[in-house]
Design a protein around this ligand. Structure first.
Ligand code: HEM
Length: 167
């Protein structure tokens, strides 16, 4: 059971600290379906504000955001809860995006990491970020890799957090 009190804030699912109370948000101590829902909606709320990636997502997902968010909840359930809920194929979904640049995966993680650190207790955040980094490395290899190439350093380290603020 989740013992934290984080709740999705409809309609955007953002968690904004109450300026009158300081940072009094509690962080999730466990992963479950509700934590993943908050994570997915918070992350996409943030990435939509990223100057480059936000535009890519808007172009691709105009009119289909609900479908995408639902799919991403199932994806993260499959990854983190291992419940087999997601049946899709991430590699072709990214290969068809010809506008993707090698650096975009690092930018994606740069938005993902601070969102996860905001929502989850530190040990859990480390685990979720490590999983996302492995997936990003594997997507990068599928998209840009060639014999002997390695994913960029930003997909391993945690030094490239986006400086934008979205909560
Ligand atoms: C380079 C940064 C990324 C960009 C710009 C990006 C963009 C997108 C877009 C636009 C879609 C929707 C495709 C469509 O329905 O037409 C999508 C799908 C998806 N993305 Fe990404 N993505 C990125 C990185 C990642 C990473 C790092 C992960 C996993 C950790 C991920 C997981 C997924 C999954 C699971 C889908 C759904 C695929 C499906 O079953 O249709 N993406 N992505």
């Amino acid at each position: 059971m989740i013992s934290a009190t984080a709740r999705p804030r409809r309609p955007e699912f953002r968690r904004r600290p109450d300026p009158r109370a300081g940072d009094r948000l509690r962080r999730y101590e466990q992963v479950d379906v509700q934590a993943i829902q908050t994570m997915v909606h918070t992350f996409y709320g943030c990435i939509r504000e990223h100057p480059r990636l936000g535009e890519i997502f808007e172009r691709r997902l105009a009119g289909r955001w609900d479908e995408h968010l639902g799919k991403m909840e199932l994806f993260w359930q499959s990854v983190l809860l291992k419940n087999g809920a997601y049946k899709g194929k991430p590699v072709p979904a990214h290969l068809k995006q010809k506008e993707l640049l090698s650096a975009d995966y690092g930018e994606w993680l740069g938005v993902f990491r601070p969102v996860i650190r905001e929502l989850f207790v530190p040990d859990l955040a480390d685990e979720i970020i490590a999983v996302a980094e492995r997936i990003a490395q594997s997507l990068w290899l599928a998209t840009f890799g060639h014999a002997g190439s390695n994913p960029p350093r930003e997909l391993y380290s945690q030094t490239s957090d986006w400086s934008g603020s979205c909560w």
